[in-house]
Ligand binder design. Structure first.
Ligand SMILES: Cc1cc2nc3c(=O)[nH]c(=O)nc-3n(C[C@H](O)[C@H](O)[C@H](O)COP(=O)(O)OP(=O)(O)OC[C@H]3O[C@@H](n4cnc5c(N)ncnc54)[C@H](O)[C@@H]3O)c2cc1C
Length: 385
């Protein structure tokens, strides 16, 4: 059904691995709010989470297109890649802007899975989407930075050895541009927790291992700063493009899951003496969801191609994330409606995936902010904020 045919062997291998983690596995985790440790371990051991790391550091050195195929297939299988997708792309900031010593220190471990870099700390309770107003401060003190502040919705921190953290090193008022004066650090969670970093889990609508973080005089070696002081915002934008393209591929995987489930149920379920899918009122919404899915697929792999060719693709990454997240949501709604009352029962997995796929209209960036980006940067309209 996918319009995309490259990396077919990887796609098949991922589907095979995911078959060992059926709906029952995810339902149990959901009930107990538990992290899918076994699933993540299996993906790690199979090498699927390190495909984007260059071969010289122990990865497969594949383009982002391959990462998209992996995440799409995970979601299509009914699994949830959000438990580990960050292990694929968070290292991008380190790879592109870190020094050789940092790369040698961390990338081989990330590639073989002995080091988990799955936490990306940007969002704060008071600044929200307005990242330039973050308040977490990192102040230089000898060979260290001392970090104070708070983050919210930082996912997988309890299942990560390292975190990429964005903090202010120069107050906003003292900078030429609001996006100046922020820096990026590699925080070693194994040393930080209990020594200035406190993690509190947040209970949410989905089983996402998201947390809030409190920094109280956490010391991070200056050697762990990535790139130049004050240029951190620019560095994380590169990683954010990768994140948006990869998450958009998860959305098309979700959309495929919903369309396939809706099609199968509509073909099987008989009411009034005929399959419900014979009624155009049931059939057409599924067909429409399929059309949107195919269009979203073209957008996602187009953005991935631009990223792989090293072309600027901020707008394409944003637009494909917006369109794919909406295609997934429309497919989810259609699938739920097609299943009637049974869509609400946990055993069909529709309600779980329905909740999970809704996230992508909010995170990692919300739809309005993407529309604002398109309005300003693609259409030349005035900025509203
Ligand atoms: C489960 C989960 C996991 C997450 N994981 C991470 C993570 O690992 N790391 C991380 O750093 N963050 C993470 N986030 C945070 C996520 O990126 C933010 O929630 C998201 O970017 C929106 O920010 P906010 O919640 O502060 O909303 P706000 O910025 O408060 O916005 C609220 C609403 O208002 C709209 N809005 C705000 N300003 C404007 C405007 N000027 N014009 C039009 N509309 C506007 C927004 O679009 C949004 O719909 C996660 C969030 C969730 C829910």
């Amino acid at each position: 059904m996918s319009l995309h045919s490259n990396y077919a062997e990887i796609r098949d291998a991922v589907a095979k691995l995911c078959a060992d983690y059926p709906g029952e596995y995810w339902r149990t985790l959901d009930d107990t709010n538990t992290y899918p440790t076994e699933f993540v371990r299996a993906l790690t051991e199979a090498g699927f989470l390190s495909v984007l790391i260059p071969e010289e550091y122990g990865g497969a050195g594949l383009p982002i297109e391959a990462g998209c195929v992996i995440l799409e297939e995970i979601q299509r299988s009914g699994c949830n890649g959000s438990a580990c997708h960050a292990q694929m792309y968070t290292m991008g900031t380190l790879l592109k802007h870190g020094n050789e010593d940092q790369k040698q220190r961390y990338l081989p471990g990330i590639a073989d899975g002995s080091l988990r870099l799955q936490a990306f700390g940007v969002t704060e309770p008071t600044s929200g989407t307005d990242t330039t107003r973050i308040r977490t401060r990192a102040v230089r003190d000898g060979d260290d930075y001392v970090i104070n502040g708070q983050k919210v919705f930082i996912s997988r921190t309890e299942h990560s050895d390292l975190m990429i953290l964005l903090a202010r090193t120069t107050p906003r008022e003292e900078c030429k541009k609001p996006s100046d004066g922020m820096s990026v650090f590699i925080v070693d969670m194994r040393e930080a927790v209990g020594n200035g970093l406190t993690i509190n889990p947040i209970k949410a609508m989905i089983n996402h291992s998201t947390t809030e973080l409190f920094f109280d005089n956490l010391r991070v070696p200056a050697a762990n700063r990535i790139g130049e002081e004050g240029k951190g915002f620019k560095y994380i934008l590169f990683s954010m493009n990768a994140e948006r393209i990869l998450i958009a591929s998860e959305c098309i995987g979700d959309a495929r899951f919903f369309v396939e489930r809706a099609r199968d149920y509509a073909a099987e379920r008989e009411v009034f003496g005929r399959p419900i899918g014979q009624n155009q009122g049931v059939q057409f919404p599924i067909a429409r969801a399929y059309v949107e899915l195919q269009a979203a697929t073209l957008m996602v792999y187009h953005a991935a191609k631009m990223f792989d060719e090293g072309k600027p693709c901020g707008s394409e990454a944003n637009m494909c994330k917006l369109f794919a997240s909406e295609a997934a949501w429309h497919a989810a709604d259609t699938c739920l409606q097609t299943h009637g009352g049974f869509g609400y029962t946990q055993e069909y997995d529709i309600e779980r995936k329905f909740r999970e796929t809704r996230l992508y209209q909010t995170a990692p960036i919300s739809t309005n902010l993407i529309l604002s980006h398109v309005g300003i940067h693609e259409l030349g309209l005035p900025k509203s904020f």
